[in-house]
Ligand binder design. Structure first.
Ligand SMILES: [Zn+2]
Length: 408
C-alpha cells in the first residue's frame, strides 16, 4: 500500500498512508492528513487554532470481498473571529457520512444490476445505507423535474396497495417520462403540478385523460389553451362496466332456466373485443347464442363495437358522422343503459373528437402504472414516500440505461 495507491484505488487525495491492519475479514487503513492552512467552516476566516482531533472511520470500496475501512483523525479547529469549533472537511467523503464518495459511486454502479438487498448484503452494510445513497443520487437527478418542454401530457390516477391509496401521475407523452407524482387523486393531487407548470412557462397543447369532471375543470383553469382528449380506453371501459350491469340485470330478470344458463358465464365474452374471442373454447358460438336470446344485450354489445369505430376513422369529419349517428341510435334504442351512455358521451363530443387533432391517450401511462405496482411490491413501497416517488421518476431512465437496476 502506498499513498499513490490510496489515491488511485480509493480516490483519496492529499492524505498519507500510515498503516494497514486486519480485523477479521476487514481491512483497515489508517491515513494522516497533510498539515495545511485551515479555514473556519462557518465564516471562512483563516484565523483558526487547532482544537484537537476527532477520530472517524469511513467505509470505502472493498478489496475483493473484504470490506475496507479508512481511519482518520480529523482535525478540529476553533475560529478566533466567530468562535465556531468545527471539524475540517474531508475531501473524500460528504459531510458527516460514514462512507467515502468512492463507496457511494460503487453502490450506485452495483445498483444498476442488483436490488438494494443484494447490494447491502454484498457490501455488508445495512439496507438503509444503500437506500440513502440511492435516494440522494435520485434526488439530485430527479428532485426538480424540468417542465418547460412539455407539450403533450397524460394524466391518470393509480391505486396503490389495498389501503385505497392513490397517486396521480403526469406523463410527458413525447419522452415517455413521468414528470409529476401527486399524492391522492382528483383535482387536489395536481395543485403542485399546476403551480410548477405555470412557473416553467411550458406551452402545453394537449392533455389526455379520463372523463373526470375534476380533471376537466382543473385543465380549463390552469392550461385553458390546451386541448382535452378523452382517453378512448377509459370510455370503452366505462361502456363495459355498464354492459356488465345490463347483463346482470337481465340474468336476474330471466325466468326460463335455459335463458339463465346461456347468460351465465358470458360476462367476460361480452367484455372481450371480438377479435380476441377464443375459437378453441367455443367463445364466438357461446356469445352468439347468448346474444340471440337477449335482444337488449345484443344491441348493447353491437353498439360497443360500433362505438370503437369512432376512433378508427380516416378524418375528423368522418369520425363526427360516425359519432353523431351512434348517439342517435343509442338515444332511440329504447335501452336505458344506451340512452344514458349517449347522454354522457354527447356532452363530451369535443373531447372525444379531439383525438383527431392529437391522437393521444393515457395508454402509455398503463405501462408506467404496471411498473409502479412492481416497484410498490418491493418491500419499501410506502415506507418512504419521497424515495418511492423518486424511483417512479427514474422509471423512464431504467428502461434506457439501467435495465433492472433502479427498478429494484
Ligand atoms: Zn469563523
Amino acid at each position: 500500500m502506498s499513498t499513490s495507491l490510496l489515491y488511485h484505488a480509493f480516490g483519496i487525495r492529499g492524505y498519507q498512508y500510515v498503516r494497514a491492519e486486519f480485523e477479521g475479514a476487514k481491512v483497515i487503513f489508517t491515513i494522516r492528513g497533510e498539515t495545511g492552512a485551515f479555514r473556519c467552516q462557518a465564516c471562512g476566516s483563516e484565523r483558526v487554532v487547532r482544537r484537537g482531533a476527532y477520530p472517524r472511520r469511513f467505509r470505502t470500496v472493498p478489496i475483493g470481498r473484504r470490506p475496507v475501512q479508512i481511519v482518520l483523525d480529523v482535525p478540529r479547529v476553533g475560529c478566533t473571529e466567530c468562535g465556531a469549533v468545527r471539524q475540517v472537511p474531508v475531501g473524500f467523503a460528504d459531510g458527516r457520512r460514514s462512507y467515502t464518495k468512492a463507496f457511494e459511486r460503487y453502490v450506485l454502479d452495483l445498483s444498476r444490476h442488483m436490488t438494494i438487498q443484494d447490494v447491502a448484503r454484498h457490501l455488508q452494510v445495512s439496507w438503509d445505507v444503500v437506500k440513502d445513497i440511492q435516494k440522494r443520487y435520485l434526488g439530485r437527478k430527479f428532485g426538480r423535474v424540468k417542465l418547460k418542454h412539455l407539450r403533450q401530457i397524460a394524466i391518470d390516477e393509480i391505486a396503490i396497495g389495498r389501503g385505497h391509496r392513490y397517486l396521480t401521475v403526469v406523463l410527458d407523452l413525447m419522452s415517455g417520462a413521468v414528470v409529476f407524482v401527486g399524492d391522492g387523486k382528483g383535482a387536489d393531487a395536481l395543485t403542485p403540478f399546476w403551480k410548477r407548470l405555470k412557473a416553467s412557462h411550458a406551452k402545453v397543447k394537449a392533455v389526455a385523460m379520463d372523463m373526470s369532471p375534476a380533471y376537466i375543470s382543473a385543465v380549463l383553469t390552469h392550461v385553458p389553451k390546451a386541448k382535452i382528449i378523452f382517453d378512448h380506453f377509459h370510455i370503452i371501459k366505462l361502456f363495459n362496466e355498464k354492459l356488465s350491469d345490463l347483463r346482470r340485470d337481465l340474468y336476474r330478470e330471466a325466468t326460463e332456466h335455459l335463458h339463465k344458463e346461456v347468460l351465465k358465464g358470458t360476462r367476460w365474452l361480452l367484455l372481450k373485443n371480438p377479435e380476441n374471442l377464443d375459437d378453441t373454447r367455443d367463445e364466438p358460438k357461446r356469445l352468439r347464442e347468448a346474444l340471440k336470446l337477449n335482444e337488449p344485450l345484443a344491441t348493447a354489445y353491437y353498439m360497443k363495437e360500433d362505438l370503437r369505430r369512432v376512433w378508427e376513422q380516416s378524418s375528423k369529419q368522418a369520425a363526427r358522422r360516425v359519432f353523431t349517428a351512434w348517439i342517435r341510435r343509442a338515444e332511440t334504442s329504447g335501452i336505458r343503459m344506451l340512452i344514458q351512455m349517449a347522454h354522457t358521451l354527447a356532452g363530451y363530443r369535443n373531447q372525444i373528437l379531439a383525438y383527431y387533432d392529437y391522437p393521444i391517450s393515457t395508454g402509455p401511462l398503463e405501462g408506467t402504472n404496471t411498473k409502479i405496482r412492481v416497484l410498490q411490491h418491493q418491500a419499501y413501497g410506502f415506507r418512504d414516500t419521497e424515495f418511492f416517488k423518486l424511483k417512479i421518476y427514474a422509471l423512464h431512465e431504467t428502461r434506457h440505461e439501467m435495465i433492472g437496476g433502479f427498478l429494484n
